[in-house]
Design a protein around this ligand. Structure first.
Ligand code: GAR
Length: 210
Protein backbone atom coordinates (compact mmCIF):
# COMPACT_ATOMS: atom_id res chain seq x y z
CA UNK A 1 0.00 0.00 0.00
CA UNK A 2 1.23 3.47 -0.91
CA UNK A 3 1.59 5.70 2.12
CA UNK A 4 0.47 9.32 2.39
CA UNK A 5 1.24 11.93 5.05
CA UNK A 6 -1.00 15.02 5.05
CA UNK A 7 0.11 18.37 6.51
CA UNK A 8 -2.54 20.83 7.68
CA UNK A 9 -2.91 24.06 9.65
CA UNK A 10 -6.67 24.55 9.77
CA UNK A 11 -10.14 23.30 8.99
CA UNK A 12 -8.94 20.40 6.88
CA UNK A 13 -11.80 20.29 4.39
CA UNK A 14 -9.33 19.13 1.74
CA UNK A 15 -8.09 16.48 4.15
CA UNK A 16 -11.73 15.39 4.52
CA UNK A 17 -12.06 15.06 0.74
CA UNK A 18 -8.98 12.83 0.75
CA UNK A 19 -10.32 10.76 3.66
CA UNK A 20 -13.65 10.36 1.84
CA UNK A 21 -11.85 9.22 -1.31
CA UNK A 22 -9.89 6.69 0.75
CA UNK A 23 -13.12 5.42 2.33
CA UNK A 24 -14.48 4.79 -1.17
CA UNK A 25 -11.24 3.09 -2.26
CA UNK A 26 -10.56 5.94 -4.64
CA UNK A 27 -7.33 7.35 -3.26
CA UNK A 28 -4.91 4.70 -4.45
CA UNK A 29 -3.24 4.55 -1.05
CA UNK A 30 -3.60 5.14 2.65
CA UNK A 31 -3.30 8.28 4.76
CA UNK A 32 -0.98 7.06 7.53
CA UNK A 33 -0.63 10.33 9.44
CA UNK A 34 -1.90 13.90 9.62
CA UNK A 35 0.46 16.52 11.01
CA UNK A 36 -0.59 20.02 12.09
CA UNK A 37 1.54 22.96 13.21
CA UNK A 38 -1.58 24.41 14.88
CA UNK A 39 -2.81 22.53 17.99
CA UNK A 40 -6.41 23.70 17.46
CA UNK A 41 -6.73 22.76 13.79
CA UNK A 42 -10.12 21.15 13.21
CA UNK A 43 -8.50 18.82 10.70
CA UNK A 44 -6.95 16.96 13.65
CA UNK A 45 -10.47 16.02 14.77
CA UNK A 46 -11.29 14.83 11.26
CA UNK A 47 -8.17 12.65 11.25
CA UNK A 48 -8.90 11.09 14.64
CA UNK A 49 -12.52 10.41 13.68
CA UNK A 50 -11.22 8.53 10.66
CA UNK A 51 -8.83 6.53 12.85
CA UNK A 52 -5.75 8.24 11.43
CA UNK A 53 -2.69 9.05 13.52
CA UNK A 54 -2.95 12.82 14.26
CA UNK A 55 0.25 14.58 15.28
CA UNK A 56 0.65 18.14 16.57
CA UNK A 57 4.01 19.76 15.93
CA UNK A 58 3.68 23.39 17.08
CA UNK A 59 6.08 25.68 15.26
CA UNK A 60 6.02 28.14 18.18
CA UNK A 61 8.05 25.68 20.25
CA UNK A 62 11.02 25.87 17.89
CA UNK A 63 13.68 28.51 17.82
CA UNK A 64 13.76 29.03 14.09
CA UNK A 65 12.54 27.76 10.77
CA UNK A 66 15.39 25.34 10.27
CA UNK A 67 14.90 23.73 13.70
CA UNK A 68 11.20 23.32 13.00
CA UNK A 69 11.69 21.86 9.55
CA UNK A 70 14.29 19.45 10.94
CA UNK A 71 11.77 18.19 13.50
CA UNK A 72 9.09 17.99 10.82
CA UNK A 73 11.35 15.91 8.56
CA UNK A 74 11.85 13.44 11.42
CA UNK A 75 8.14 13.08 12.16
CA UNK A 76 7.30 12.70 8.48
CA UNK A 77 10.03 10.12 7.81
CA UNK A 78 8.95 8.03 10.77
CA UNK A 79 5.82 7.32 8.74
CA UNK A 80 7.77 6.34 5.59
CA UNK A 81 5.48 8.13 3.14
CA UNK A 82 5.49 7.75 -0.64
CA UNK A 83 3.79 11.13 -0.90
CA UNK A 84 3.47 14.25 1.26
CA UNK A 85 0.26 16.20 0.70
CA UNK A 86 -0.03 19.83 1.83
CA UNK A 87 -3.66 20.61 2.55
CA UNK A 88 -3.82 24.15 3.86
CA UNK A 89 -0.44 23.93 5.58
CA UNK A 90 0.30 27.63 6.01
CA UNK A 91 4.04 27.66 6.43
CA UNK A 92 6.98 28.37 4.14
CA UNK A 93 9.61 25.63 4.02
CA UNK A 94 13.37 25.85 4.14
CA UNK A 95 15.21 24.74 0.97
CA UNK A 96 16.53 21.72 2.91
CA UNK A 97 12.98 20.54 3.61
CA UNK A 98 11.86 21.02 0.00
CA UNK A 99 14.93 19.17 -1.35
CA UNK A 100 14.31 16.27 1.00
CA UNK A 101 10.86 15.61 -0.48
CA UNK A 102 11.35 17.00 -3.98
CA UNK A 103 9.15 15.23 -6.51
CA UNK A 104 6.95 13.61 -3.89
CA UNK A 105 5.21 16.59 -2.32
CA UNK A 106 1.99 18.15 -3.64
CA UNK A 107 0.22 21.36 -2.62
CA UNK A 108 -3.17 22.86 -3.41
CA UNK A 109 -3.35 26.59 -3.93
CA UNK A 110 -6.52 28.70 -4.23
CA UNK A 111 -5.82 30.38 -7.57
CA UNK A 112 -5.24 29.63 -11.22
CA UNK A 113 -1.44 29.62 -10.96
CA UNK A 114 0.73 31.43 -11.93
CA UNK A 115 -1.88 34.08 -11.08
CA UNK A 116 -2.21 35.11 -7.43
CA UNK A 117 0.62 33.33 -5.69
CA UNK A 118 0.78 33.95 -1.96
CA UNK A 119 -2.06 34.93 0.38
CA UNK A 120 -5.52 36.55 0.07
CA UNK A 121 -6.05 35.14 -3.41
CA UNK A 122 -9.85 35.48 -3.49
CA UNK A 123 -9.78 39.06 -2.27
CA UNK A 124 -7.17 40.03 -4.87
CA UNK A 125 -8.98 38.29 -7.72
CA UNK A 126 -12.21 40.11 -6.81
CA UNK A 127 -10.44 43.46 -6.56
CA UNK A 128 -9.00 42.94 -10.05
CA UNK A 129 -12.41 42.06 -11.46
CA UNK A 130 -11.15 38.92 -13.24
CA UNK A 131 -13.89 36.84 -14.91
CA UNK A 132 -12.36 33.54 -13.77
CA UNK A 133 -10.70 32.25 -10.63
CA UNK A 134 -9.99 28.76 -9.31
CA UNK A 135 -7.47 26.40 -7.77
CA UNK A 136 -4.33 24.49 -8.72
CA UNK A 137 -2.61 21.33 -7.55
CA UNK A 138 1.15 21.57 -8.02
CA UNK A 139 4.42 19.91 -7.07
CA UNK A 140 6.30 21.81 -4.39
CA UNK A 141 9.66 23.28 -5.36
CA UNK A 142 11.81 25.94 -3.75
CA UNK A 143 9.94 28.61 -5.66
CA UNK A 144 6.92 29.54 -3.50
CA UNK A 145 3.69 28.50 -5.29
CA UNK A 146 5.89 28.09 -8.36
CA UNK A 147 6.31 24.33 -8.88
CA UNK A 148 4.92 22.48 -11.92
CA UNK A 149 1.11 22.57 -12.03
CA UNK A 150 -0.67 19.21 -12.27
CA UNK A 151 -4.34 20.13 -12.57
CA UNK A 152 -6.51 23.22 -12.28
CA UNK A 153 -10.23 23.87 -11.92
CA UNK A 154 -11.76 27.21 -12.88
CA UNK A 155 -14.91 28.91 -11.60
CA UNK A 156 -16.73 31.94 -12.99
CA UNK A 157 -16.66 35.07 -10.89
CA UNK A 158 -20.37 35.93 -10.81
CA UNK A 159 -22.09 39.30 -10.52
CA UNK A 160 -22.22 40.32 -6.84
CA UNK A 161 -19.69 37.68 -5.81
CA UNK A 162 -18.17 38.20 -2.36
CA UNK A 163 -14.93 36.88 -0.94
CA UNK A 164 -16.93 34.34 1.04
CA UNK A 165 -19.01 33.02 -1.87
CA UNK A 166 -15.98 32.85 -4.13
CA UNK A 167 -13.92 31.03 -1.52
CA UNK A 168 -16.76 28.56 -1.02
CA UNK A 169 -17.06 27.94 -4.76
CA UNK A 170 -13.32 27.38 -5.16
CA UNK A 171 -13.33 25.03 -2.17
CA UNK A 172 -15.85 22.71 -3.83
CA UNK A 173 -13.47 22.44 -6.81
CA UNK A 174 -10.45 21.86 -4.57
CA UNK A 175 -12.25 18.89 -3.06
CA UNK A 176 -12.86 17.50 -6.55
CA UNK A 177 -9.38 17.80 -8.02
CA UNK A 178 -7.07 17.06 -5.09
CA UNK A 179 -8.01 13.39 -4.56
CA UNK A 180 -7.67 12.80 -8.32
CA UNK A 181 -4.16 14.25 -8.45
CA UNK A 182 -3.12 12.22 -5.39
CA UNK A 183 -4.46 9.06 -7.03
CA UNK A 184 -2.54 9.75 -10.25
CA UNK A 185 0.64 10.11 -8.25
CA UNK A 186 0.12 7.01 -6.12
CA UNK A 187 -0.64 4.96 -9.24
CA UNK A 188 2.67 6.08 -10.71
CA UNK A 189 1.00 7.95 -13.57
CA UNK A 190 1.97 11.42 -12.39
CA UNK A 191 5.68 12.14 -12.15
CA UNK A 192 7.98 15.04 -11.39
CA UNK A 193 10.93 15.49 -13.76
CA UNK A 194 13.56 18.18 -14.18
CA UNK A 195 11.50 19.59 -17.07
CA UNK A 196 8.21 19.61 -15.17
CA UNK A 197 5.33 17.25 -14.44
CA UNK A 198 4.34 14.35 -16.69
CA UNK A 199 1.19 12.23 -16.82
CA UNK A 200 1.44 8.79 -18.41
CA UNK A 201 4.83 9.93 -19.71
CA UNK A 202 3.47 13.03 -21.45
CA UNK A 203 4.63 16.49 -20.35
CA UNK A 204 1.89 18.64 -18.83
CA UNK A 205 1.33 22.18 -20.09
CA UNK A 206 2.41 25.07 -17.79
CA UNK A 207 -1.12 25.38 -16.35
CA UNK A 208 -1.51 21.59 -15.94
CA UNK A 209 -4.63 19.69 -16.95
CA UNK A 210 -7.88 21.63 -16.95
C1 GAR B 1 -7.48 25.80 0.92
O1 GAR B 1 -8.33 26.70 0.26
C2 GAR B 1 -6.12 25.76 0.26
O2 GAR B 1 -6.20 25.95 -1.12
C3 GAR B 1 -5.44 26.91 0.94
O3 GAR B 1 -5.85 26.84 2.27
C4 GAR B 1 -7.17 26.31 2.33
C5 GAR B 1 -7.24 25.23 3.36
O4 GAR B 1 -8.55 24.81 3.56
N1 GAR B 1 -4.02 26.80 0.82
C6 GAR B 1 -3.21 27.86 0.73
O5 GAR B 1 -3.61 29.00 0.72
C7 GAR B 1 -1.74 27.51 0.60
N2 GAR B 1 -0.95 28.69 0.51
P1 GAR B 1 -8.87 23.44 4.30
O6 GAR B 1 -8.09 23.46 5.61
O7 GAR B 1 -10.34 23.49 4.54
O8 GAR B 1 -8.46 22.32 3.40
Amino acid sequence: VRRVVVLISGSGSNLQALIDAQTHDELGGEIVAVISNEPDAYGLVRAREAGIDAVVLPHREYENRDAYDGALIKVIERHEPDLIVLAGFMRIFTPRFVQRFLGRMLNIHPSLLPAYQGLHTHERALADGVPEHGCSVHFVTEELDGGPVVVQAAVNVAEGETEETLKEKVHTREHLIYPIAVKWFLEGRLRFTAEGATIDGHPLPPHGLR
